[in-house]
Each structure stands twice: as structure tokens, then as C-alpha cells.
Write a protein that binds this ligand. Structure first.
Ligand SMILES: [Zn+2]
Length: 379
């Protein structure tokens, strides 16, 4: 039996170093500083590092661990892929009012839960398996990306490529506050809609103006109206802007729209409706852009059987594993449509992500390391 408690001090030390190395998406050098720490760690474990250079949001890091030599037993089985991201939503300087700290069994700090603790758990599970000679007889690859919080635009192809070589993908995003892992996630899209009207003096020649805000308002209501809770589809006009001063008929107005979908076909239905919006006021025009960024990760047959297998393995080790889901997306959303088994939310148990109160439950560092190592060992 592996004594996972022994790893807590080194986990806390690595977590503190990672959290105190602030790493907002798009701050290339900041994210690369996190990559350097992870790279050193992987090398000290005997893993191989491949750096995917990336100018726009920091490098991605691929860590590879070969299976232990097993004479006479050639295995051609696919291995495991661990997914973590190094970027956070917090700008550099957040630490000054939100320092890494421990209080009432919780650890707080920018990105502690989403998802620096996940990287620590992933690495520590491998350290424990290596030190105790319990590594599975298949390759293990860990991908640390730099742009998840910004849409994974440069990492997506690496996620998909590495996932195709895996029999199981384990996403180290935080678990639910009750410890459940994430077995479904909604797909996410965003749209930007610009209305062009005609400027005019609001008193002198109101009738010659074409009010872009008035035109936009029709489409705000139309888009909000596409929401269908019964299918898990939501639309949120999150930002609107328009006009310059009160006595000018506004020439321009725009909105940003967030889309979440759960069921197949819903993204297509919404896209069609949005791209078919037509101007209501004569003399105005619409400029529409946007797309589904992440497809949904539904709780389908494959997910059910993957979760059931994980639940049984965990139960044999005395761990109760429960399933839940969320409207928030992750890189697991890119894996699910490939038909590759994926489990998400295996990182630390925590909550209040992306807020000043973001935390993890300290005890979950050890319990999740044990869970992950147990899954890898017995899958
Ligand atoms: Zn995350």
C-alpha cells in the first residue's frame, strides 16, 4: 500500500511555488515561468520533456513517461493522457490582495483550484507510482497547456492529437465541491453582433437617423428568446455597447453573446437562427461573427461505462466516487467528440473558481492523488 500522506509536504511546496508564479493567459513569459517549474519537476522524475513553442500564449509542455521495462511482455496498448492547463484568469499582481494562504482547512490563492492543484496532483500521483514501482505497463503522457482560459485556440490540436493515442484521458480540472467528478459539460460558443445604423442630430433631423441601439434591441430579445431550458440550451447577451452622446442618433451598437448547449443538434439550431437574423429597421445592417468553440461533453453511453469502470476501481480501494456535471467547459470537451474515454474534474476539490475566494480543500490534495494513482494503476 502506498502511503500518500507522505507526499503532502512536497505537494504544498510545489503548489505554493506554482500559485506564487502568476500566469494569466496571453502573458507569455508569465505562463512560461510556470512551464519552467513543471519542466524541472518532470525531469527530476525521469520524464522526457517536449516544449511546443507558442508565441501568443506561452509554450505548451508535453511530459512523457515510458512504461517500466517488463521482459518478455511486449505491450502495444495505448497509454494514458493527463490534461492540465498552466494559465489562470487572474492578472499579475493579484497575489498582493489574494496571497497564497491556508485557513480552516482550505488553501486559497489565484488559480489554486483552477487548476494549479490539478498539475500538482497529476505529478504527485506519478511520483508515487514511480517510487513504489507501480507504474502501469503503458506510456503516460501529461500535457500542460498555456491557453485554456482563453479558449485553447493553440493547444486544441495537441490535445486532440495526444488524446488519439490514449485509451483514457484524465482531466485534472477541479472536482465539484462535494467531491464528484465531472461526467458532463455543456458546449460553449460565443458571438459578436454589430449593428450599423445612420447617425443624425437627435433634434434637427431625427427622422433621417437609423438608431443602431433600437435595431440592436430587437436582436437582444430575439437571441435571449432562443434559450430552451428543457434542452439545456442557454443564450446570454453579456455585453452591449452603442452610441456616443445623447443628442446623436447612434450609428453603431454591438453585443457579445455566450451560448451553452448540451444536446446534439442544438448548436446547429442556434447558429442557424443567429446567422439568419435580418435587420428590422430599414437602412440598418448586421455584421455577425462567432461560432461554437467547445462541443458538448454529454453523459452518453461511453461516459456512463467509463465512469462506471472508474467507480468500481475506486470502490475496491475504499473510495466512493460520485458523478456530476456543469455548464462550464474544459479541454475534456474536445476529447469527448473523438469517442475517446475521458474523465474530468479529477483535480482538487474546491470552489469559487475565477473569484477572489477561489479555494481548495487541503485534504483533497492527498485524497485526489490517491484516486488518480489508483485509477492509473488498475484501469
Ligand atoms: Zn480550468
Amino acid at each position: 500500500m502506498i502511503n500518500y500522506d507522505l507526499y503532502l509536504p512536497s505537494m504544498l511546496d510545489l503548489l505554493k511555488r506554482l500559485v506564487e508564479t502568476e500566469s494569466p493567459s496571453h502573458d507569455t513569459s508569465a505562463v512560461n515561468n510556470v512551464g519552467a517549474i513543471i519542466g524541472e519537476e518532470v525531469k527530476s522524475m525521469g520524464g522526457k520533456i517536449e516544449i511546443i513553442h507558442n508565441e501568443t500564449s506561452g509554450n505548451h509542455i508535453i511530459a512523457r513517461f515510458d512504461p517500466p521495462l517488463s521482459p518478455g511482455k511486449a505491450t502495444h496498448e495505448k497509454g494514458f493522457l493527463l490534461l492540465s492547463h498552466m494559465d489562470t484568469v487572474f492578472p499579475v499582481g493579484t497575489l498582493t490582495h489574494m496571497p497564497f494562504n491556508e485557513k480552516d482547512g482550505r488553501i486559497l490563492g489565484p488559480g489554486v483550484s483552477d487548476m494549479k492543484a490539478g498539475a500538482v496532483i497529476g505529478l504527485t500521483a506519478l511520483i508515487a507510482l514511480l517510487e513504489n514501482k507501480k507504474m502501469p505497463l503503458v506510456p503516460i503522457t501529461a500535457l500542460f497547456t498555456s491557453d485554456e482560459e482563453a479558449g485553447s485556440h493553440t493547444s486544441r490540436k495537441w490535445i486532440e492529437k495526444l488524446a488519439k493515442d490514449a485509451q483514457l484521458v484524465l482531466v485534472l480540472e477541479p472536482g465539484m465541491p462535494d467531491g464528484s467528478i465531472k461526467t458532463w459539460r455543456k458546449g460553449v460558443g460565443d458571438f459578436h453582433i454589430v449593428v450599423h445604423g445612420q447617425a443624425a442630430h437627435s433634434g434637427g433631423n431625427h427622422e433621417n437617423g437609423r438608431n443602431a441601439i433600437e435595431e440592436l434591441s430587437h436582436h437582444v430579445l430575439a437571441i435571449q428568446g432562443l434559450t430552451d431550458y428543457s434542452r439545456g440550451t442557454t443564450l446570454n447577451v453579456g455585453v452591449i455597447q452603442g452610441g456616443i452622446v445623447v443628442n446623436v442618433v447612434p450609428e453603431k451598437a454591438w453585443m457579445d453573446v455566450d451560448l451553452r448547449v448540451m444536446q446534439p443538434g442544438e448548436a446547429e439550431r442556434i447558429m442557424e437562427a443567429i446567422y439568419n437574423l435580418k435587420p428590422v429597421l430599414q437602412g440598418t445592417s448586421l455584421e455577425i461573427s462567432g461560432n461554437l468553440n467547445r462541443p458538448p461533453m454529454p453523459y452518453g453511453e461511453l461516459m456512463q461505462s467509463t465512469f462506471e469502470h472508474a467507480r468500481e476501481i475506486a470502490a475496491e480501494d475504499g473510495i466512493t466516487l460520485t458523478a456530476a456535471g456543469t455548464g462550464g467547459a474544459s479541454d475534456g470537451n474536445f476529447v469527448a467528440p473523438l469517442g475517446i474515454p475521458v474523465l474530468d474534474g479529477l483535480g482538487a476539490i474546491g470552489g469559487d473558481y475565477h473569484s477572489e475566494k477561489e479555494y481548495i480543500i487541503k485534504d483533497s490534495l492527498v485524497s485526489r492523488t490517491r484516486l488518480l494513482a489508483t485509477l492509473l494503476q488498475n484501469w
